[in-house]
Design a protein around this ligand. Structure first.
Ligand SMILES: CSC[C@H]1O[C@H](OP(=O)(O)O)[C@H](O)[C@@H]1O
Length: 353
């Protein structure tokens, strides 16, 4: 299913259709492109937890639409009862995954919208909340494209970029963050190529980033995570660009496990290391990244990922799903509002969402 020129997902990552949530089941890619339907908030929670829908902005959108789905059939006849039902749904969705701040940002935004319009009839209020979730989607589409436009100026014709995990259209409404920079550079006529870390244990780089870049006609080479140092040492890489799940006020950035490795390697090889993220990924309430909650995931994803056992039964496993890259290793942070440079306490403060 190749598409030439401007990258366009065949269908949006996630959308609301006739009272149901339709989303691409990313656990099946690249072998199967399948859209699944969520009819209730429990199936949305499961889709987030199992990474059928994943990536910080996409998780935020799933949270917003999931909250609306959770109250869509409410029989409440007054606002206090309705608000209590909504709180129960948002509290439940908030337990799905802890690291991507976009989930909590989106859930709060839906709750605040309800409070702002609490004098409406309940059926009208439901419609307003759905409109707000759709606003979040449309804003994300615009933010991703703005990130691409700002970031493409960092890339020169002929550059090769290393990226980690998937910060593409599948991780957002439809255009990505780190990959938005690459899509925009490619669409502007710059001849770029990409080295994609496979990104163990769930292989978002191999399964999703390689797939998206090939769909867009961008030259991509897949490598194992432990090959990144060698390709940098061979002079193959001009910069690294990654996504983010939560960025603290000082610029410390949580992203997929292994990102910290890439940042250290980039520093050692004097290669610029960029983070690309919308301001909905900023968490300025945290002074540093020490307080960012790091999701711990199941041992089976390491010992028998994708159905084939690769470690002894019962072996102990430690599997943090994210790490935090300290700000001093980050050359710049690309958001929809521009390119933030150190000191991030100042440059990010002016970008707060
Ligand atoms: C554009 S944010 C993408 C971000 O989310 C990924 O995590 P996961 O696949 O576990 O949701 C990874 O950290 C990406 O950089």
């Amino acid at each position: 299913m190749a598409t030439k020129g401007r990258r366009k997902m065949p269908i949006p990552t996630i959308e609301w259709v006739d009272g149901r949530i339709h989303l691409i089941d990313q656990t099946l890619l690249p072998n199967e492109f399948k859209q699944i339907y969520c009819d209730d908030v429990e199936s949305v929670w499961e889709a987030i937890k199992s990474l059928r829908v994943r990536g910080a902005p996409a998780i935020g959108i799933a949270g917003a639409l999931g909250a609306v789905l959770g109250i869509w059939k409410s029989k409440a006849t007054n606002y206090p009862d309705f608000a209590a039902e909504l709180k129960k749904v948002t509290d439940y969705l908030a337990t799905s995954r802890p690291t991507a701040v976009n989930l909590f940002w989106a859930l709060t935004r839906i709750e605040q919208t309800a409070e702002k319009h609490k004098d409406l009839e309940i059926e009208q209020l439901k419609g307003v909340l759905l409109d707000e979730a759709q606003n979040i989607i449309e804003e994300d589409r615009a933010r991703c494209r703005a990130i691409g436009q700002h970031g493409l100026n960092l890339l020169r014709n002929g550059d090769t970029i290393l990226t980690h995990c998937n910060a593409g259209g599948l991780a957002t409404s439809d255009y990505g963050t780190a990959l938005a920079v690459m899509f925009s550079a490619h669409e502007s006529g710059k001849n770029i190529s990409v080295y994609a870390d496979e990104t163990r244990p769930l292989l978002q780089g191999a399964r999703l980033t390689a797939w998206e870049l090939m769909q867009a006609g961008i030259d991509v080479t897949l490598i194992c995570d432990n090959m990144a140092a060698q390709v940098m040492k061979e002079g193959k890489i001009q910069c690294a660009i990654v996504g983010a799940d939560r960025i603290a006020a000082n610029g410390d950035t949580a992203n997929k496990i292994g990102t910290y490795n890439v940042a250290i390697l980039a520093k050692v090889h004097d290669i610029p290391f960029y983070v690309a993220a919308p301001t909905s990924t900023l968490d300025l309430s945290l002074k540093t990244g020490d307080l960012i909650p790091i999701e711990q995931r199941a041992a089976e994803e390491v010992t028998e990922g994708f159905g084939s056992r690769t470690a002894p039964e019962g072996v102990k496993v430690y599997s943090p799903a994210f790490d935090v890259t300290p700000a001093h290793l980050i050359t710049a942070i690309i958001t929809e509002k521009g390119i933030a440079h150190p000191p991030y306490e100042e440059s990010l403060a002016s970008q707060g969402d």
